[in-house]
Design a protein around this ligand. Structure first.
Ligand code: SF4
Length: 332
């Protein structure tokens, strides 16, 4: 309307490590949400390749291929480079500079008390991650966020301590040098947890995932392998949908039919073969537009590289402007 001034959109920053092809759990857990956020926010989405080194520095042979593959997954999910900026962390060197400067004001004890730090040291005991890089990665994450002066960061409950640390560091920095950075706020995700086809957590390393790149026939064969209610032998046996992996997937992808599926299963009115067939059809319909978009990019890696280059250049300009302010405030 004439005379109305549109306010600048609030800014979101988020990232993912390029550790290989994404699966449906990643799609539901993060990407679907990111796609929605693009409508309302100015979004910066980062392929955080330096973060991948914090736990996988010994073998870097796949990183470049993984970066491109991840960008294709993002594009196929519907992230739009015209509306969002997506970029590669290591191409925005200003982030490394800010990480260094923030490290000067961050007490080591703040990093040591991040709950995931000790957890991960134990869980990844087979790897040597007693490194400065691993201890400092929440600080690198802080630099990732605040260099873009992000207003919000989409997070799950488990990542709240990292964001609280970022906020504490911002307060300490602003206290010394003046109000340069806003305190980033959490934007809590409604995450739909998807199990793997064997009922455990979906993970590429367990081999129980459904890849975002799965073609229609791959989706069918993965659904056919799903574990159902072991107590059901015949179709007429009353089922227990709460123990069934197919049911969990229907909960994520067929919400409109879930109540009926549960009724029919409990009453022995539907067989598991038919139930799987229905799920396959539903998943294939959901994934069809993703496959369509993927096909546009998979044959044209140069286009994906161009998108990442342009996004990284744009991100670098924003980061460089912030660093001008930081250096001036710190008088260096
Ligand atoms: S009918 Fe469907 S929900 Fe019930 S046990 Fe079989 S596959 Fe699972």
């Amino acid at each position: 309307m004439k005379g109305m001034v549109s306010l600048p959109r609030k800014r979101i920053m988020s990232g993912m490590r390029p550790t290989g092809r994404l699966h449906l759990g990643n799609y539901l857990g993060a990407l679907e949400n990111w796609v929605r956020l693009q409508d309302e926010y100015e979004c910066f989405f980062c392929v955080v390749d330096w973060h991948a080194l914090t736990t996988g520095y010994e073998d870097t042979s796949d990183i470049r291929a993984n970066i491109r593959e991840m960008a294709v997954d993002w594009l196929s999910a519907g992230l739009d480079p015209e509306r969002s900026t997506f970029y590669v962390q290591s191409r925005v060197k200003e982030i490394a500079e800010l990480h260094l400067l923030l490290s000067m004001v961050t007490p080591v004890s703040w990093l040591e008390r991040v709950p995931t730090y000790k957890d991960q040291l134990q869980q990844l005991a087979a790897k040597d991650i007693n490194t400065y890089g691993f201890l400092g990665y929440p600080l690198l994450q802080t630099a990732d966020i605040v260099i873009f002066k992000a207003d919000f960061v989409p997070v799950g409950e488990d990542q709240l301590p990292h964001l609280e640390l970022a906020r504490e560091i911002v307060r300490r920095f602003n206290n010394f040098y003046g109000p340069i950075f806003p305190e980033p706020q959490p934007k809590l995700n409604q995450v739909t947890m998807l199990p793997g086809i064997d009922g455990r957590k979906m993970s590429k390393s367990y081999g129980n995932d459904i890849s975002m790149a799965a073609a229609a026939e791959d989706i069918k064969s993965r659904v056919d392998m799903m574990i159902t209610d072991p107590a059901r032998i015949r179709k007429s046996d009353p089922g227990h949908p709460e123990v069934c992996t197919v049911h969990s997937f229907h909960g994520a992808f067929s919400r409109d039919e879930l109540a009926q599926i549960e009724l029919d299963c409990r009453a022995g009115q539907i067989g598991c073969v038919q139930c799987k067939r229905n799920l396959t059809a539903r998943l294939q319909a959901v994934m069809a537009p993703l496959q369509e978009r993927r096909s546009r990019y998979i044959e044209r890696p140069e286009l994906v590289d161009e998108i990442l280059a342009a996004g990284s250049e744009k991100a670098r300009r924003v980061a460089a402007a912030t660093m001008e302010q930081v250096r001036a405030a710190m008088r260096i």
